[in-house]
Design a protein around this ligand. Structure first.
Ligand SMILES: NC(=O)C1=CN([C@@H]2O[C@H](COP(=O)(O)OP(=O)(O)OC[C@H]3O[C@@H](n4cnc5c(N)ncnc54)[C@H](OP(=O)(O)O)[C@@H]3O)[C@@H](O)[C@H]2O)C=CC1
Ligand SMILES: CCCCCCCCCCCCCCCC(=O)[C@@H](N)CO
Length: 391
């Protein structure tokens, strides 16, 4: 049976901002009781207020608990205890707390690797560990992990981030095997770039040196500019209201938007080849897939395999037909040869000619509507196991 959200207790880590907040809103709109978990109390309270605007009955509650999910297991366990005392056993846990930092391997501090592993990986282990026993006993439960596209494919500049997001996948797949007999289901979301405060932060670390690039980080946070950048947008890739090359002259640059760090331009270029999603849209898909029954998912997954096409069936946000799937593989090929393409691409970029460097990297069809549509992939571990006969 699908999980019934009305009256259910949903815990969302990272629920005070971005995708997590939108997931909380989505569940609340469907009648759930929510516990938000994050560090900053002001942000939590603000999110609570925003979520409460969407109530559908007067019994619904939004509880806020401040904790760092990455530090101390006993603290996290306590938080879950508190939440269960107030709102009952957790029916669904969404592990959305996370952070991202981009940089070349040798430019990243080793502490960054430790930090991202703690927050993204251990920060998903701890809450899951704290809810799992009760879920198994009750034979009810959903655990959602939020990985990333960078958790399916190693991407330039994401050595620290990608690996922490890959780790989540291993955790989820192994856990699913253990808990499936107890009617507990695990999903992993692999979202693309999504317009959130966290993404804006990350982009600050993605700039190149200021000599030839203007990064207009403002663009991404303006919803009206981003209106055309939804998944289904017909607009070509470069006019999607992303932090595209600014036409401002050097003299008009806002210095605060330029972080003069030696951080990878390539990362930003790769990133700009796809559209930015709206967090509401990503959240909706994540919640839908988490509460659904796997049988259905498996059938729907038959449209195509995304990313690791050989052995890993994925659920795509929009199903792919055969032709689209072929394009998909081409895109992957391009990414695999990125190492060769990129130096040239960067050089052209530096010379500012041709302006449309993405045409060089990706042929026009890859910037088409269908391509935009593929970028949200929600993976169902059980459909994976079903297909590859691992169990
Ligand atoms: N936006 C994007 O482009 C994509 C994001 N993702 C993933 O989605 C998730 C959410 O991202 P997004 O919405 O952009 O992020 P935001 O930065 O907007 O929100 C992050 C949330 O996590 C909380 N958080 C961060 N660190 C901790 C911690 N140590 N302990 C407890 N809470 C913490 C933050 O609150 P506080 O700081 O107060 O603790 C905040 O509520 C992340 O895991 C991210 O990696 C995946 C793919 C794409
Ligand atoms: C169809 C084949 C799919 C090919 C996918 C690769 C496309 C390259 C674009 C990758 C963009 C970076 C995603 C990371 C998002 C993220 O996690 C951070 N933004 C977090 O803040």
């Amino acid at each position: 049976k699908p999980l019934a959200l009305p009256g259910a207790h949903v815990v969302v880590t990272g629920g005070s901002s971005g995708i997590g907040k939108c997931i909380a809103i989505e569940c609340y709109k469907q009648g759930a009781f929510i516990t938000l978990v994050a560090r900053n109390e002001d942000k939590l309270l603000q999110a609570k207020k925003e979520i409460e605007k969407h109530s559908i009955n007067d019994k619904q509650v939004v509880l806020c608990i401040s904790v760092d999910v990455s530090q101390d297991y006993s603290q996290v366990e306590n938080v879950i205890k508190q939440a269960q005392e107030k709102l009952g056993p957790v029916d669904m846990l969404v592990n959305c707390a996370g952070m991202s930092l981009a940089g070349k391997f040798e430019d990243l501090e080793v502490s960054t690797f430790e930090r991202l592993m703690s927050v993204n990986y251990l920060g998903s282990v701890y809450p899951s560990r704290a809810v799992i026993t009760t879920m198994k006993e009750r034979r009810v439960g959903r655990i959602v992990f939020v990985s990333s596209q960078a958790g399916q494919l190693g991407l330039f500049g994401f050595t620290a981030y990608s690996s922490s997001k890959f780790a989540i996948r291993g955790l989820a797949e192994a856990l699913q095997m253990e808990v499936k007999p107890y009617n507990v289901y695990v999903t992993v979301a692999y979202p693309p770039d999504t317009d959130t405060p966290g993404f804006a932060e990350e982009n600050k670390t993605k700039c190149s040196s200021p000599l030839d690039i203007n990064i207009n980080t403002e663009t991404v946070s303006h919803p009206e500019l981003n209106a055309g950048s939804a998944l289904c947008s017909d607009e070509p890739a470069l006019t999607r209201g992303r932090h595209s090359l600014s036409k401002q002259s050097g003299g008009e640059r806002n210095q605060s938007e330029l972080i003069p760090l030696n951080l990878p331009l390539e990362t930003r270029l790769i990133s700009e080849t796809t559209s930015v999603c709206k967090p509401e849209q990503v959240a909706k898909q994540i919640v839908k897939d988490a509460i659904e029954i796997w049988g259905q998912l498996e059938r729907e997954a038959s449209g195509g395999w995304a990313l690791a096409w050989k052995e890993r069936p994925c659920r795509c946000m929009f199903r792919l037909n055969r032709a689209e799937y072929r394009k998909h593989r081409r895109l992957l090929k391009y990414l695999q040869t990125w190492g060769e393409l990129c130096p040239d691409c960067v050089q052209r970029h530096r010379k500012r000619a041709p302006a449309d460097w993405a045409d060089f990297v990706f042929p026009a069809y890859l910037k088409s509507k269908q391509t935009h549509s593929m970028f949200l992939m929600i993976r169902s571990s059980s459909s994976y196991f079903g297909r590859t006969r691992l169990i």
